[in-house]
Design a protein around this ligand. Structure first.
Ligand code: XMP
Ligand code: MG
Length: 190
């Protein structure tokens, strides 16, 4: 069952600074989030919208914990380049295939940092005639709390540090770590 175990910090050599959130902690928190989502959307037609690529793991693990069928669709937007700072510019790289008219949409995200991406996305999806649009994110950084973005489901509030793993990358690497970690500053020239 090699694939079930996944990487541990030792497999990353010296790139990682610290494991912030373990695989077990993520899984247990996703259990709670799924339970709440099940209750809140009981009797409603729920559409999960994932934001590529970071939300792939959250979507896979959260959606499989729901005790209901929930269709999913995907969007790709760009707000970050390959660095670690938000550009503030949101561009749609891949749009949804689904008509949102009358749908109850739950945006599934990996992380909310400045909140720029999600506040833009919230407005964009709402303007398409969705019956409701809410946000579920695994991680939230302190800056996001200052922004007027109403996030209904939050996994973990984390310090204002650049993190990788569980979908989050630095220059496309480290997404497949099964936990959330910080990188040694030397790795990204910090
Ligand atoms: P904003 O600032 O618009 O950013 O809320 C959201 C997007 O920025 C990326 N992001 C990160 N990616 N480690 C990453 O790998 C981080 O610590 C981090 N902080 C923000 C991410 O793509 C997110 O969707
Ligand atoms: Mg993202």
């Amino acid at each position: 069952m090699r694939e079930d175990k996944g990487m541990d910090a030792a497999d990353m050599g010296t790139d990682l600074q610290q494991v912030l959130i373990s695989r077990e902690e993520i899984e247990s928190r996703l259990d709670d989030m799924a339970e709440k989502i099940d209750a809140d959307y009981a009797g409603k037609d729920l559409l999960l919208v994932g934001v590529l690529k970071g939300a792939v793991y959250v979507m896979a693990d959260l959606s499989r914990r729901l005790r209901r069928s929930a269709p999913m669709d995907w969007m790709a937007v760009s707000s970050y380049g390959s660095g670690t700072k938000s550009s503030g510019v949101v561009r749609i790289l891949k749009d949804l295939d689904t008509d949102l008219t009358g749908r109850h949409v739950l945006i599934v995200e990996d992380i909310i940092d400045s909140g720029l991406t999600l506040s833009w996305l919230l407005g964009n999806l709402t303007s398409r005639g969705a019956a409701s649009v809410r946000i579920a994110t695994l991680l939230r950084k302190p800056e996001a709390v200052k922004v007027e973005v109403d996030v209904t489901y939050v996994g973990f509030d984390i310090p204002n540090e650049f993190v990788v793993g569980y979908g989050l990358d630095y220059a496309e690497s480290y997404r497949n770590l099964p936990f959330i970690a910080t990188l040694r500053p030397e790795v990204y020239g910090g």
